[in-house]
Design a protein around this ligand. Sequence first.
Ligand code: AMP
Ligand code: MG
Length: 393
Amino acid sequence: MISFEEALRLVQLDIEPTGTENVVLAECQGRVLAADVFSDADMPPFNKAAVDGYACRRQDLSDGVILNIEEIISAGSVPAKVIEAGCCAKIMTGAMIPEGADCVVMVEQTSGIGEKQVKVVQSHTKDNIARKAEELRDGELVLSKGTLILPQQMAVLAAVGASSVQVYKKVHVCVMSTGDELVEPEYKPGPGKIRNSNAVQLMAQVQRMGALAVYGGIIADNEFDTRSKILSGLQDSQVLILSGGISMGDFDFVPRILDELGMKILFKTIAVQPGKPTVFARNKNSFVFALPGNPVSSFNIFELLAKPFLYQLMGHEYNSPVLRLPLGGSYSRKAKHRLGFAPAIISSGGEVFPVHYHGSAHIHALTRANALMEVPLGTESIKEGELVHVRLI
Ligand code: AMP
Ligand code: MG
């Protein structure tokens, strides 16, 4: 059995993205930049008004002063006049500051006197000017290779004219479930059978992180089916994610078949709870993640290990955001020799409450959780108020 940290290291070792492609910006959400992006202009490109108001000279300002309005400058237009003593231009947020002006008095600090003049009621003002290039200079690095593109990165890409973006290719992942007891969700399970809940969960986890998921069906608990389905899954996809069939049962064939197929097994068990039986195998650039059969365990291990691994294959170094928050009640567990992950709720008050949970088959507990609470190796109980690490799910 290896530690979680060692497993994380092994799944990210010597992993290279498979290739790059150009994608139109509108479709880039969730993709990973394959090249640095530089600005093609200063940002802002000109001194611009940060408020609606009157562009004028600070030296002309005093409480009650009346300024002559020379022109109205709307956003997107170019000022025609230079601001002289005693004058101003009515200006809209985002419009270009006219020459001669060094501040913008907000509309709220003035009172209009017809169309030609304005009275400055409150003359104490900030400049209210967003300066040319204060955000970015032409040619400056905006986003680095490896960045995950979220909506906020898309805005920046648009602003620098990156209308098509060089990104890493999506990883092709085939998801399969093992188990003679499984029937697909549309069927009513007969005696001894249960519905296959792992496949859709894993497919959704793969899709949520921006990789491509195809469903490869249920593998029967026999050597022949295990071998042939693993082989066919690996023909079309770079990564195969299986669930079940890796424990100590008489029909848990997966590790042996992987070995027979010439795959190198990097680990079979990890000191994580839930999720101890977890197999990671590779053959050059083909990978198999065989996750535990119980749905909470497979969810957990996907989040903890498969996700950083798949991101690495897509060129992104993923670090799950981990919060440190106080425990809302006391917590205890029986075993303490594995790093625990308990489904938990972070309350609106910022406290962590593990949800009522009785084992790794308890999928309902997960539906009530919004986080996984870490229980360190060697820790049996945690007192109310102690700080714990939680990952959002
Ligand atoms: P296994 O790892 O194959 O021994 O499975 C462990 C437990 O998880 C057993 O109770 C299985 O019935 C259950 N299980 C395995 N695969 C699935 C699945 N795809 N959906 C729901 N439960 C499963
Ligand atoms: Mg099984």
